[in-house]
Ligand binder design. Structure first.
Ligand code: NYM
Ligand code: MG
Length: 215
């Protein structure tokens, strides 16, 4: 007889504006989970390693100009091309800590405020993707983010645009969202995340079903 299916892993997404500390916190959380014996992997979107991801990287680093609608669809396609593997990993019991997902996709494009790129249009291509079990939103003012050694050199890393992105994120908040005050110390934030993530991992291990965007 076949071995029983392992408890499924949790799909944990981190969102927030640039410089909110997502990458730091994701890395620490994955190490913590692994140390606790929870199989876990760190993922990020955009995944710049794929063919589509390389086009996105060229766009973000201004080596390429791509139409706003077209690049939006590339970001979404980059999630779709990873979605089967993502579901396989979760089903096999691996918890995925994911640095950005479709919420960034919608917020960054909608913040461009161009005709034809309204939020409804921005959300459509991601409909049906696996929905995260929790979205940890690292909340930080644009001023505090800018004070952290300034923004980088990539496209979008400008204070006025980041403000618009934050407004878009606000309108995407749903029941799975956990707001985290990202102005606290790295350690204090991590402590909260460990507790909240632990509860979600346990709920998923007990068989809570994986949802779909934007249901
Ligand atoms: N970004 C990220 C988008 O514009 N759309 C998306 O779908 C995703 C996932 O890419 N400024 C933007 C947000 C970031 C940039 O992300 C690169 P990172 O996490 O800095 O590598
Ligand atoms: Mg960045």
């Amino acid at each position: 007889t076949a071995a029983p299916a392992p408890p499924r892993g949790a799909f944990l997404v981190f969102e927030g504006a640039d410089r909110a500390g997502k990458s730091t916190q994701c890395g620490l959380l994955v190490e913590h989970l692994k140390a606790q014996g929870v199989p876990a992997e760190l993922w990020r979107f955009p995944d710049r390693t794929t063919a589509i991801g390389k086009m996105i990287d060229a766009y973000l680093t201004s080596q390429a100009e791509i139409d706003d609608a077209a690049v939006h669809l590339l970001f979404s396609a980059n999630r779709w091309e990873k979605s089967q593997e993502l579901q396989r990993k979760l089903a096999a019991g691996t918890t995925l800590v994911v640095d950005r997902y479709a919420y960034s996709g919608v917020a960054f494009t909608a913040a461009k405020a161009k005709p034809g790129l309204d939020r409804q249009w921005c959300q459509a291509p991601d409909a049906g993707l696996p929905a995260p079990d929790a979205v940890f939103f690292l909340s930080l003012s644009t001023e505090a983010a800018a004070a952290r050694g300034g923004y980088g050199e990539e496209r979008y890393e400008k204070a006025d645009f980041q403000k618009k992105v934050l407004e878009q994120f606000q309108s995407l908040r749903g029941p799975a969202w956990r707001m985290v005050d990202a102005s606290q110390s790295v350690e204090a934030i991590q402590q909260q995340l460990r507790e909240a993530a632990g509860a979600v991992v346990a709920r998923c291990a007990r068989g809570a079903p994986l949802g779909r965007l934007w249901e």
